[in-house]
Ligand binder design. Structure first.
Ligand SMILES: Cc1cc2nc3c(=O)[nH]c(=O)nc-3n(C[C@H](O)[C@H](O)[C@H](O)COP(=O)(O)O)c2cc1C
Length: 344
């Protein structure tokens, strides 16, 4: 078993070294699983070794007892206290016990040596796996795990009145890429933090913040395709899925194929429990739905200010979207908003 694990570990390591400094998420996850398996193997061998050492200590105790019994019997025989064949037969039986105890000890010592060798090999594999995971984690080409967004701007030349006046649902886009600064601005408008106490750009019932915000990236300069979760407190993105998920989400939007031209889709999901636990089911659910409206309106207005177009898409299959985005049962997708450069 240990040998098999070692072989698998070395094979994985070699594979990773060939791939170089970048692997897709699935392979990274596999590397983490291998590391955990190697660590479990080390722990299991350590416990087996400690049991074998206990067994050895018990056998050594038996040997010491057999030796002292034999010595006592020999002393008695020499002193003539125990006579003839009975003394000799006791001595020979004790010699038998001694030989058996010595054989057991030799066996235990051999087992310990074997386990120690296996443990050393398993520890080496575990160390190598850990190094692989550490090396691969921070930056994978084309698939950064975490992206710190540039600081959002706090002013612009577009007044709030102008943004309100110009806000419209825009469903066709030029297909050009967005910049990271634009993505930063849109997400900050959606759910950015605006106070040291964690208050955000959009109001929230009881400040329970049930919304999670994702960005499905297709065309963004300096950001690889994938699905990213927006971490509002740190104003950063964490990649959760690799690849372009726009076509699949479009399919889930009940035939609204026009949305596919968006460079990104901003997706709002809700964890109702964060609000219903405080407000009760009826009120809580209502509040969550109001809240997603606030966040979406912020994105609309910010898009106008940036010269971008967007639309809220409420018509889609929640189950299908949850499946595509691999969301847990506790998280419900509510809205998605394709965003792109406006035509004309
Ligand atoms: C709850 C809700 C769901 C919506 N769902 C969709 C949708 O699935 N597809 C779409 O093209 N527009 C959708 N819209 C946008 C409306 O069609 C749009 O707001 C309306 O036509 C008015 O146009 P305006 O936003 O340009 O003022 C939705 C709007 C709301 C408020």
């Amino acid at each position: 078993m240990a040998k098999r694990c070692l072989t698998l570990g070395v094979a994985l390591l070699a594979c990773l070294l060939v791939v170089g400094c970048g692997i897709p998420q699935e392979e990274y996850d596999a590397a983490v699983a291998e590391k955990e398996a190697a660590e479990a193997q080390v722990a299991s061998l350590q416990s087996e070794l400690s049991k074998a050492k206990n067994d050895l200590a018990a056998a050594q105790e038996e040997l010491a007892t057999a030796q002292s019994d034999l010595e006592a019997a020999q002393d008695e025989a020499a002193a003539g206290e125990s006579k003839g064949s009975s003394a000799q037969s006791q001595i020979s039986s004790l010699k038998g016990d001694l030989a058996a105890a010595e054989a057991t000890i030799a066996e235990k010592e051999a087992k310990i040596a074997e386990l120690e060798a296996e443990l050393a090999a398993a520890e080496e594999v575990a160390e190598e796996e850990e190094e692989v995971v550490e090396e691969e984690e921070p930056a994978l080409p084309g698939s950064l795990w975490e992206v710190q967004l540039p600081e959002p701007r706090e002013d612009s030349n577009v007044s709030i009145e102008e943004a309100l006046l110009k806000r419209r649902s825009i469903r066709t886009y030029t297909g050009e890429a967005l910049t990271l600064q634009e993505v930063s601005q849109l997400l900050w408008a959606a759910q950015g933090t605006t106070s040291p106490r964690g208050f955000r750009t959009a109001p929230s019932a009881g400040a329970t913040y049930p919304l999670e915000t994702y960005i499905v990236v297709g065309d963004v300069e300096g950001l690889s395709e994938g699905v990213y979760r927006y971490e509002t407190a740190q104003h950063k993105l964490v990649k959760v899925l690799e690849g372009d998920y726009r076509p699949q989400l479009t399919m889930a939007s009940l035939g609204q194929y026009f949305v596919e031209g968006g460079a990104v889709y901003i997706v709002f999901t809700a964890i109702y429990g964060r609000t219903t636990v405080r407000a009760g089911d009826d009120e809580g659910i209502k509040y969550v739905h109001m809240e997603v409206g606030h966040a979406a309106q912020n994105v609309y207005l910010q898009a106008v200010s940036l010269g971008l177009g967007t639309v809220v898409i409420g018509g889609f299959s929640s189950d299908r979207a949850r499946e595509i985005l691999k969301l847990p049962e506790s998280e419900t997708p509510l809205y998605f908003m394709p965003v792109g450069r406006m035509r004309g």
